[in-house]
Design a protein around this ligand. Structure first.
Ligand SMILES: [Zn+2]
Ligand SMILES: [Zn+2]
Length: 257
């Protein structure tokens, strides 16, 4: 049983074939999907709720992506808290820092990140962290927020942040980027992450794994990343599927029947 621990099913690129994409995922052995509640900004943080409501194997989150941090108003934190009460909302996020695109001012990104971590703690929910070119500040802010549980999603950072995140009790999730031939340092991290801390995701519609690279990504392609990572770690696909499913259940508190 495979799980896509991070997808953006609300994305308009799924508007023409969302149901067909979900069917392909099911046919490929995907038995759970976490669709991220970011939308195109804080006003759409509930975007995953109708999708999760329509499918018993889909869960969702609520949060504000660092790209949209500059659009946050105080009322959005109240909205996040309110939306988090829905039973299929299992996490806060994705939230974090993106100093590669710098779509929002960095001080605002840090503030909005800290506020979401505080809310996750208050609600006793896990957090989904996005971090790009911001290893030092991400580590610092997570340390200040500890103890807190969550996942560094679509991990592309360095070895040091991987170590620190593991020490803080975080899970590390790998996307299709790990399958890219130039991602040698990343695949070395994916080879060594402890079996009880690894997760897999597509981050679709972005970042399709080899052999679909360049196409729109979709949840069924998590199987390709899983095959690649299982080979990397020298274990059977079934064993990796079992480990990552157990980790998902432990972090997000949901189980497949
Ligand atoms: Zn992200
Ligand atoms: Zn994402």
């Amino acid at each position: 049983m495979l799980i896509d621990s991070h997808a953006h099913l609300d994305d308009p690129r799924f508007d023409s074939d969302r149901d067909a994409a979900l069917q392909r995922a099911w046919d490929a052995g995907i038995r759970m999907i976490l669709t991220i509640g970011n939308g195109s900004g804080p006003d759409q943080m509930g975007c995953g709720i109708p999708i999760a409501a329509g499918h018993d194997w889909i869960y969702t989150s609520v949060g504000v992506h660092p790209h949209d941090a500059g659009k946050v108003e105080e009322r959005h934190y109240a909205q996040m808290k309110e939306s988090s009460k829905y039973e299929k909302v299992v996490a806060i996020g994705e939230t974090g820092l993106d100093y590669f695109y710098d779509n929002s001012p960095r001080d605002v990104q840090r503030e909005v990140f800290r506020r979401q971590l505080a809310l996750a703690k208050e609600l006793d929910m896990p957090v989904i962290i996005h971090t790009r070119d911001a290893d030092i500040d991400t580590e610092e802010i997570l340390k200040q927020a500890a103890p807190i549980r969550g996942v560094i999603h679509c991990f592309t950072s360095g070895d040091k942040l991987a170590q620190r995140a593991l020490e803080l009790g975080f899970f590390i999730s790998f996307s299709g980027i790990v399958t890219f031939p130039n991602a040698k340092a990343l695949s070395e991290i994916a080879r060594r992450v402890p079996a009880d801390r690894i997760l897999l995701e597509t981050d679709c519609p972005y970042l399709a794994p080899v052999p679909h690279r360049g196409k729109r990504n979709e949840p069924s392609f998590v199987a390709d990343t899983a095959r690649f990572v299982a080979t990397l770690r020298g274990i059977a696909l079934d064993e990796l599927a079992e480990q990552t499913a157990a980790n998902f259940h432990r972090l997000f508190g949901v189980k497949t029947s």
